[in-house]
Structures are given as C-alpha cells and as structure tokens.
Write a protein that binds this ligand. Structure first.
Ligand SMILES: Cc1ncc(COP(=O)(O)O)c(C=O)c1O
Length: 439
C-alpha cells in the first residue's frame, strides 16, 4: 500500500466504484462526482481544477437589474424572440465600444447561454449552401460543440492548431477549404482549453480565407477581454478585443456572459451576427425555411422552435451590465483579473516541480495567464497523469477529450481554487515530484 497525500486505498476504491475503464477519459461531470465522493470519504479538500465554472460572485449591477425587472412583472410575459430592444441596443454599443465593429441591433440577439447560439448557428450554417455540410473546428476546443454536432447529425472536420501557428495556419485551413464542403469555421479565442490567443496576423489569415472561400466564421468569445496581457477595459479606446470581424464581414460572434460577468446560472449569452450575414439571402435555405433571408430564418425559423427566446428577466440583467460597462461605470475586466493572477502563481508552482506548460506560446510570445492553462509531466500520458494526481488531491481534465493531439496534456481551470489552497497545492506537487523522479 502506497503512502500518498490522500488516502491511497480510499481513492482507489472510489475510482473502482465509478466503474469506468479509465478515469482520465471520463467526462468532466463524472470526474466532479468522483472527487466529491473522495472528499466526502476522506474529509480532505481537493485542489479542484476540473470544471470551467466561474469562481466569483455574479456582477451586482446585473442581479439588481434583473430583480427590478422581475418585480415589474416581466416573468409573466413572453419576451420577443429576437430580444428586448434595450438589450439589443446595448449589445450593439458593446461590440462597437469594446470590439470596434459596427453591428446593427437587429443582428444582436440574446440566446440561452452562448451554447444555444452555437446550436442555432450550426443548424443554420449547415443549410445555407447545399453542397457544404461540414463545420471546421480549429482545435483544441469546447467538447460540447462537437456533442451538438453529433446530436444534430452534422459532420465536422478538425485539426489541432498546436503545430500550425503563425504563417502555417493559412495553408492548413486552406487545405480543408479546398475540399469544397466546409460552410463555416469555429474556434474560441482566448481558447478553451489551451488559453492560446490568435495573433492579429493569424486572425487576418482566417479572415482572408473566409473572404476567398465564402465561408462564415464563428468566433467564440466566451472569455471576452480576458487576455490580460493587454487592457481591453476602456470603452471606445484601443486596444480592442482582437477579432476576425476586423478582416471579414460574414461572421457570428458568441459572447457568453457566464465567465466575464460570472452569470453562468442565468443562461444568457449574446449572438452577434454581422450585418452582411444577417441580411444575406441564401436560396438553399428555402429547402428548410419559408424565407431565405439569413437573419429572418435564424430568428423565426430556428430560435423560435428552440426556446421561444431567452429568459425575460435575464435579458434586463444583461442589459444593465452592458449599459454600465458601455457607460464606463463598471469595469468588468478588472473583476475577473483574479483568474489571471491565480494562474501566474499556479503555473509557477507546477513548473517548479517538474511539470511543463503544453500550449505555451502565441507565436513568439508566452501565452497569457487566465482562466485555463495546460500542463504535462515527463513519462505520463494526460489520461494516466490525471488518475495519478487524484492520489495527491489534485483534479483536472485530460486534453484528449478536447480535440488536442497533445495527449500528454491536462487542462487546469484556475477559477475554483482559493488562494488559501496554494500551500496545499505546493505541498502536493512537491510530494508528486519526489515520488516520480524525472530521469
Ligand atoms: C469556449 C466556450 N464556449 C461556450 C461556452 C458556453 O457558454 P455559456 O455558458 O454562455 O453557454 C463555454 C463554457 O464553458 C466555453 O468555454
């Protein structure tokens, strides 16, 4: 029997009880349950890095706006499917002030989390051109987007961007577009799970290809403004959130409120459809919708049957947060900087103890400190490392479920760990390092 920081026999038993062949391949929710069970059985607190959930209280101005709307009775009324006018106006202002792009309020649509925006867009974009049925994912990525494709029965292609940064990205993406079946491209930026951020040159090459091949870019900005190497917090002043929208005019931006406003529980996000796409006519849409106008088919043909719009009171909450951010009275980026500060400390604790960062650069620059980082340890696959580290009271997810080809890697989320746990983290990593000498 080995001596490990968390009782070896208990961890082993709980892993067996979970009944999966390989813990490291289990879903995030299964790992969460396993760690809950181990914590309960041992009374030990884990350093929990498996779930990408906000670790901060919700933005106050949003909660107040929402309560006020509820008191006025909006709960009784169906909201407009395309969103309340106050919110549409503030989303449009927000993208002008923080992204520096002009999008009419018509194309600024609240969705039930950015997750629903993705689902609706996949459904629509796979139908705009008859012979183009495939989405291209620039991976690693958010596993649920692939699950959505599977549920919809839609094909997708993907590649891990690790070996294709900088000038190599253009040719790699082009090689997929040359196959002639791609309708749109999706990536997140900053990236979940790797926290890489595309450089302006990379975004420009994606935009150029979109123009050349007539494909639509879906840019997932779930971690809007959270590349803390630059200060994106001043409305109307550069620097602005980097985006492909500066390089192409047919795009959909998904801006989640879950992380940046710590509003995950209310399930409200923003789908921003460029004017050019919103007003585009695609005759092939007539196969599925009475109207071939993209924006119209999105609202009345897709969002309507999905959920008949987005929670009425949450729309008022989001409108209040955006108005305060747009007016410069609420610095939403300052509120979430804590994630970056924790990441910096945590990454050092890992690298001081034999670990290395897997996705470590944006071309010539070290990656930012933020919501996630990736790590590996010599001699382990990510799947095996995840399991072994459970005996040391540290939980995370293996990169192998994210479309990454870096099978040695693990994703750590910085949100739930509390600063008073850094001592524990250090002790556990030291113990791990001592027990697994690097030859
Ligand atoms: C990259 C990415 N996209 C989308 C989402 C989903 O966001 P929402 O909570 O707004 O549905 C997440 C949540 O973790 C994410 O990481």
């Amino acid at each position: 029997m080995r001596s490990t920081p968390i009782d070896y026999a208990t961890v082993k038993q709980k892993i067996q009880e979970l009944g999966v062949a390989k813990v490291g391949k289990a879903s995030i929710r299964e790992i969460k349950k396993l760690v809950d069970d181990i914590e309960k059985a041992t009374g030990e607190r884990f350093v929990r890095m498996e779930m990408g959930v906000p670790g901060l209280p919700p933005a106050k101005v949003g909660v107040e706006g929402q309560i006020e709307a509820l008191k006025k009775g909006v709960a009784a009324l169906y909201p407009d499917i395309h969103g309340i006018p106050e919110l549409k106006k503030e989303i449009s202002r927000f993208v002008k002030l923080f992204v520096n792009v002009d999008v009419a309020p018509d194309g600024c649509i609240p969705t039930v989390g950015s997750m629903q925006g993705g689902f609706a867009s996949f459904l629509m974009l796979s139908r705009i051109r008859e012979n183009h049925n495939t989405t291209l994912f620039i991976d690693p990525g958010f596993p649920v987007h692939k699950q959505q494709h599977k549920v919809l029965g839609l094909p997708f292609a993907s590649f891990d961007v690790y070996d294709y940064r900088g000038p190599k990205l253009y040719d790699k993406v082009k090689s997929y577009l040359d196959q002639g079946n791609i309708h749109s491209i999706l990536y997140s930026n900053p990236n979940n799970p790797s926290w890489i951020c595309f450089t302006e040159k990379e975004l420009a090459s994606i935009g150029k290809l979109a123009n050349e091949y007539g494909v639509v870019i879906m840019e997932d900005l779930a971690y809007f403004g959270m590349d803390f190497r630059q200060d994106f917090s001043r409305p109307g002043q550069p620097p602005f959130q980097p985006t492909v929208a500066h390089y192409t005019d047919k795009y959909v931006l998904f801006i989640s409120s879950s992380k940046v406003f710590s509003y995950a529980g209310e399930r409200i996000g923003m789908m921003v459809i460029s004017d050019k796409l919103f007003n585009a006519r695609y005759p092939d849409l007539k196969r599925f919708y009475p109207n071939d106008l993209f924006g119209h088919a999105m609202i009345f043909g897709t969002l309507y049957p999905l959920s008949s719009g987005t929670s009425h009171s949450a729309q008022y909450g989001l409108a209040a947060m955006l108005k305060a951010a747009n007016d410069g009275s609420f610095n939403f980026i300052e509120e979430v900087k804590e994630y970056g500060e924790k990441a910096k400390i945590m990454k050092k604790l890992f690298t001081d103890n034999g670990f290395h960062i897997v996705y470590d650069r944006d071309e010539d620059r070290p990656i930012a400190d933020g919501f996630y980082f990736t790590y590996a340890y010599p001699g382990f696959t990510g799947v095996d490392l995840l399991e072994e580290m459970l005996y040391y009271g540290i939980s995370a997810i293996a990169l192998d479920i994210t479309g990454s080809e870096r099978l040695e890697g693990i994703r750590a989320c910085t949100s739930l760990i509390q600063r008073d746990q850094f001592g524990d983290l250090e002790k556990r990593l030291k113990a791990f390092h001592a027990d697994h000498p690097i030859i």
